[in-house]
Design a protein around this ligand. Structure first.
Ligand SMILES: Nc1ncnc2c1ncn2[C@@H]1O[C@H](COP(=O)(O)OP(=O)(O)O)[C@@H](O)[C@H]1O
Ligand SMILES: [Mg+2]
Length: 507
């Protein structure tokens, strides 16, 4: 962790930021405290000549990170999803970081596959292509299974990438710790947390078994979604550094001309991409959190195909219900109700003034609903909402920020397909259907059913539990006079079990 190599890395990074002119942009965007600015300039400036030059055609921050290598590119990409840390402007700049690198030779890929799967490549695949795509962490080949003749995509990690990332992450931690020590005021930016978040995301992507598992779970959840496909993992040809998926062919989602030429209706595709995303987030609580155009294609039959399951988002059932109610409250302009939902969920501390909160929510909703229909954005609504809730004491939650940032990307994809899309109109039926299913009497009954099923599992044990409790009671000290007798609890439990079993069978 400590040591001269980390100091050298830190200086090289600062020197590169100086040389590319990115230092000012970065310090400004993060609103860095004065002492931190001073130290960064003093450490970086004298070594400017040692910094990497980068590609002068790129904007400063992008230029610096691209020059510094894969871990920095990835770091920048992850920061682009955290405008709460780097500000909106820099986040937007970082979004355009191209994660493209020269491929490594097919022979190296084959050697890694043989090592990982302990079989000769020829025995597994009857054909194996040159790389079809290459990014900072992995590259993809097209191959054919020797056994079945099925076409597959084989993703292989860059050789030595894990070690290289670990070294860089180590240096990031060193820098974060140095920043916190030098400038306590910078703790507001939570540098250590940011690096921990980065490490979590990246280490996840460095183990392709996790991506295979994500692909499998996502494919299972969405199997019945019409007009949507997820390639299935081929488990016996997948491991930590190699992942094999069914090959899924299509035209790129960023190529409108090709989509038109293939005869697909972009209005339909735009609406579908948004509705799919909402359904995955609300219905399944498991969504693709990297849904940019590079990870989407349109198949010959018009289905949308998703690739790349390295970053997925999860929302628990409770959070989904709360947010569906919040969105629905906004749709009905019932700001008081939206405020109440926040209080009921304990998201906003109980000592805050509810009317004032409702008023702040009106300020969020009204301008957005007053907009021209083609400019209304759910992502913007959520982003304004989080600003207000934070002001009222709600803690920032990573999974909600991920949801909001993905919504920005998905809305962008939908708009690029259909510039006239009305986001609310398209989203409305999905939110409404979810509310009908999951909030209200039907949901209450289902919850009750589930609870009772849990209680029912104790059914055969209940008589024994009653007896044991009674024996203990007789032997032990007298219960407090106001305590409800355990037998009453047990009897009530028994009755609940009966109802539970009946309901469980019905629902
Ligand atoms: N199952 C597949 N079928 C066909 N092409 C694929 C498949 N998986 C990946 N690809 C192609 O390889 C590209 C890169 O794959 P991806 O998983 O997005 O890698 P990365 O994580 O490096 O972005 C995709 O954009 C797609 O064009
Ligand atoms: Mg990708």
């Amino acid at each position: 962790m400590r040591g001269p190599h980390n100091i050298i890395r830190l200086i090289r990074t600062l020197a590169t930021l100086e040389r590319t002119g990115a230092i000012g942009v970065v310090l400004e965007a993060m609103d860095a405290p004065p002492r931190l600015r001073a130290v960064a300039r003093v450490l970086g400036w004298p070594f400017k000549w040692l910094g990497l030059k980068g590609d002068p055609a790129l904007p400063p921050a992008t230029r610096a990170l691209t020059a510094l290598g894969p871990a920095y590119i990835k770091f920048g990409q992850i920061l682009s999803t955290r405008p709460d840390i780097v500000g909106d402007e820099l986040a937007l700049q970082l979004k355009y970081l191209q994660d493209k690198l020269p491929p490594f030779p097919v022979e190296v890929a084959k050697r890694m596959i043989e090592e990982e799967l302990s079989l000769p490549v020829d025995q597994m695949f009857s054909s194996f292509s040159e790389p079809v795509a290459a990014a900072s962490i992995a590259q993809v080949h097209r191959a054919r299974l020797a056994e079945t003749g099925e076409d597959v995509a084989v993703k292989v990690l860059r050789p030595g990438i894990e070690k290289a990332f670990r070294k860089d992450i180590d240096a990031f931690y060193f820098a974060a710790r140095a920043i916190e020590t030098l400038s306590p005021a910078s703790r507001r930016l939570r540098p250590m947390d940011v690096i921990r978040h980065f490490e979590g995301v990246v280490l996840g992507e460095l183990d392709l078994r996790l991506e295979s598992a994500a692909a499998a779970e996502f494919a299972a959840n969405t199997a019945k979604d019409e007009g949507f496909r997820v390639p299935q993992p081929v488990w016996h040809l997948s491991a930590r550094q190699v992942m094999t998926l069914g090959w899924a062919e299509g035209v790129s989602m960023s190529d409108n001309a090709a989509i038109d030429a293939a005869g697909h209706d972009r209005t339909v595709l735009g609406a579908r991409v948004l509705q799919l995303f909402l359904n995955h987030a609300l219905r399944d609580g498991y969504f693709h959190a990297d849904m940019h155009q590079g990870n989407l294609k349109v198949g010959a039959d018009g289905a949308i195909i998703a690739y790349d399951f390295g970053i997925m988002g999860r929302l628990d059932e409770y959070t989904r219900r709360v947010y569906a109610e919040i969105l629905f409250g906004f749709i009905r302009k019932d700001y008081r109700r939206v405020a109440e939902v926040h209080f009921e969920a304990g998201y906003v501390p109980a000592d805050r003034e509810i009317d004032e909160f409702a008023r702040a929510l009106r300020v969020v909703g009204e301008p957005i609903f007053g907009m021209d229909a083609s400019r209304i954005s759910m992502a913007r609504l959520l982003s304004y909402l989080f600003e207000v809730t934070e002001r009222f004491g709600m803690e920032t939650r990573t999974e909600l920020i991920l949801l909001q940032r993905t919504m920005v990307v998905v809305e962008g994809v939908a708009r690029s397909l259909d510039p006239h899309i009305n986001i609310w109109q398209v989203a409305h039926p999905v939110v409404e259907a979810y509310i009908a299913q999951n909030v209200g009497p039907r949901a209450l009954l289902r919850d009750l059913g589930k609870t009772l099923q849990v209680v029912a599992r104790f059914g055969p044990k209940l008589p024994g539990m009653v007896e044991a409790r009674l024996v203990q009671q007789n032997a032990g000290p007298k219960p407090a006079p106001h305590a409800v007798h355990p037998v009453i609890w047990m009897t009530a439990g028994g009755a609940l079990v009966a109802v539970g079993v009946a309901l469980g069978a019905l629902l």
